[in-house]
Design a binder for this molecule. Sequence first.
Ligand SMILES: *Cc1c(COP(=O)(O)O)cnc(C)c1O
Length: 339
Amino acid sequence: MIDMRSDTVTRPTPGMKEAMLRAPLGDDVFGEDPAVNELQEKAAALFGMEAALFCPSGTMTNQIALKVHTNPLDELICDIRSHIYQYEAGGYAFHSGIAVKLIHSEQGILSPADIEKNINPDDIHKARTRLVSLENTVNKGGGNYYTLEEMQALSASCRAHGLRLHLDGARIFNALVASGDRPGGIGPLFDSISVCLSKGLGAPVGSLLLGSRDFIKEALRFRKVMGGGMRQAGMLAAAGIYALDHHVERLKEDHERAARLAAALEQLDYVESLLPVHTNIVVFTLRPSINPAAYLEMLKSEGLLAVSFGGQAVRLVTHLDLREEDIERAIEILGKISA
Ligand SMILES: *Cc1c(COP(=O)(O)O)cnc(C)c1O
């Protein structure tokens, strides 16, 4: 099976497994796991932030960030496509007791005006606008990304209005590799950043939450109460260190392959529309006459796995575990269905 459902399906490479087995272990709830500490320090330095916290998932790092930044009755501004809103089971309401103001932007990319227009007045009838969350790359936007200049403008706007700014950077390295920007340039723009190691970077488990020392100290309490304190987590952290050292630059290859898949899809009659492909995510819609579930079954019977992305939309994602012949075969399978 050629699995293009997500970049989370990758398995550790032999080199990564070796690094995991070599990890010196300690109890991270006591702060004594050397690899976890190394990963946290490495990531914080890379992004130009003071501290970092290793967590089991990106959902947890996002949810902890919302919790630390807000009080109940506060309001979060984010795009309607945000993972935080769409795919975290309503956790913003459950864990943090906050309201959310959804922006219907162009493909998930917010502008300073989107934020400024949606700040509530100081009025007891209104939730208190406290936090803005950006997503980069935008999963539901088809993997499009913010440039450094766009993030700088948003950061300046949030600071001017006294709002905190969180980045859901599950795929931030895809954005950075595509834009050519450096991670050290973006850390100072945000109050917190969440980074997934288990997506395109190819680690089996784990996400990092980055922020100031005080922010991470609070985050540690909430990781504890959410049950996310892990003990000899160094085997997982070692995979994360390996991923940061070896799997960042190669994301270019995933992007180039996604562009090739898109070019092939563009030629097919059954494809109604295709979002512009900027990184490793390809989102297209099927003509109304085609049943998406039946289409996905047909792909599967030919050996290609994809996911439904709501309505007529289908998503394909490129990643570390795909070989060159998988891309060629996938293009063949996609074309065969139309014939
Ligand atoms: C995958 C993802 C997350 C976190 O997902 P987990 O599966 O909980 O690690 C957060 N935001 C975005 C945009 C994602 O794609």
